[in-house]
Design a protein around this ligand. Structure first.
Ligand code: 13P
Ligand code: SF4
Length: 333
């Protein structure tokens, strides 16, 4: 049974969140897949890379992370002195679930000459076992800095890894995880939609399987898709990623038509991320009021995980190459 005080009836959630944000010196970060009401009151809305950068840079004492657990953990890894709260600690990710640290460690041990390039959608333990973290917006920049003869393990998203393999003509070994949200788009329904809107381009996230990505005019991270939506010439765009991002598109271009790509039943709403959807205004208010649920990470583990995240932040901004990895492929201490 929860010992926390319940929310008094009649609470004006927005006003209370505003008051607590100031009182706690808190910053509210939100991912594009969050409910519109959370995006609208966040101090910053972004993709995984942008949110990591914000979390590393903020002066706030509290980070309230409207996103999923691995994102809030990334904030804590980068800003250990700050209190990091997540409205709902059950907000996980199918990619993280697909990659238990013990199995990932065993996989690495089978391939000692490979470096581990790992998607940020994983646990802190898996980050600690990895050499370089990537997000969907930093993966291409980082992979292009890794010599072609360097063997690479890529996990946990096999679709993002496969997309990178095809685009860069690489043969990275892929961990077999998938995002249940992007996996759910239907090629048959997408083709029907394209027939109804023959001039509409398709924007797809690289977490989509190849049978969706192959029909896309642009493939990119949430921020890349949003940028495309703000600049494409037509009237209608088909969006093959979690549909809450359409909120930002519609705000920027209210006169244009943004259509979520459909799932197998032809209803685009089946692609809402069930983990992201756990957060809401009431839980945000409660986590700011009670400063719980709070992300805590054991210091030794945090330091190991930070190494691979720092490499990403440095390599993504081009400040280092692979220098500090030495001869790539030598397992890191
Ligand atoms: P990006 O916002 O970095 O593109 O990531 C998408 C995603 O699935 C986050 O869980
Ligand atoms: Fe994980 Fe997919 Fe949800 Fe992103 S959209 S949090 S990858 S399950």
């Amino acid at each position: 049974m929860s010992l926390l005080t319940p929310m008094p009836t009649g609470t004006d959630l927005r006003a209370e969140i505003e008051r607590l944000r100031k009182e706690r010196n808190a910053v509210i970060l939100a991912h594009y897949y969050q409910k519109p009401e959370l995006q609208d009151l966040a101090d910053f809305v972004g993709d995984s890379l942008e949110l990591s950068r914000k979390a590393a840079d903020t002066d706030a004492e509290v980070i309230a992370f409207c996103g999923v657990k691995f994102m809030a953990e990334t904030a804590k890894i980068l800003s250990p002195d700050k209190i990091v709260v997540l409205p709902d600690m059950e907000a996980g990710c199918s990619l993280e679930d697909s990659c238990p640290p013990e199995k990932f460690a065993a996989f690495r041990a089978q391939h000692p000459d490979h470096i581990a390039l790992t998607y940020i959608n994983c646990s802190t333990e898996v980050k600690a076992l990895s050499d370089i973290i990537v997000t969907s917006s930093s993966a291409e920049t980082i992979l292009s800095q890794i010599p072609r003869d360097q063997p690479v393990i890529f996990g946990p998203d096999r679709h993002l890894g496969g997309y990178l393999n095809r685009k860069f003509d690489r043969e990275m070994l892929l961990w077999p995880g998938v995002c249940i949200v992007h996996e759910a788009f239907s090629e048959r329904e997408l083709l029907k939609l394209k027939e109804q809107h023959p001039d509409a381009p398709v924007a797809a996230h690289p977490e989509c399987p190849p049978h969706i990505v192959d029909h896309a005019d642009i493939v990119g991270s949430t921020s890349a898709i949003l940028q495309y939506a703000k600049t494409f010439a037509g009237d209608t765009l088909i969006v093959a990623t979690e549909p809450h991002i359409i909120h930002q598109m519609q705000k920027a271009l209210p006169h244009k038509n943004f259509i979520g790509a459909p799932g197998a039943d032809g209803n685009c709403n089946c692609n809402i991320c069930p983990y992201m959807a756990l957060n809401n205004l009431e839980k945000l208010y409660l986590c700011l009021r009670d400063l719980t649920p709070r992300v805590e990470i054991e210091e030794g583990l945090r330091i190991k995980a930070k190494r691979s995240l720092d490499r990403m932040l440095d390599m993504a901004s081009g400040t280092i190459g692979l220098g500090d990895l030495g001869r790539v492929g030598v397992p890191l201490p």
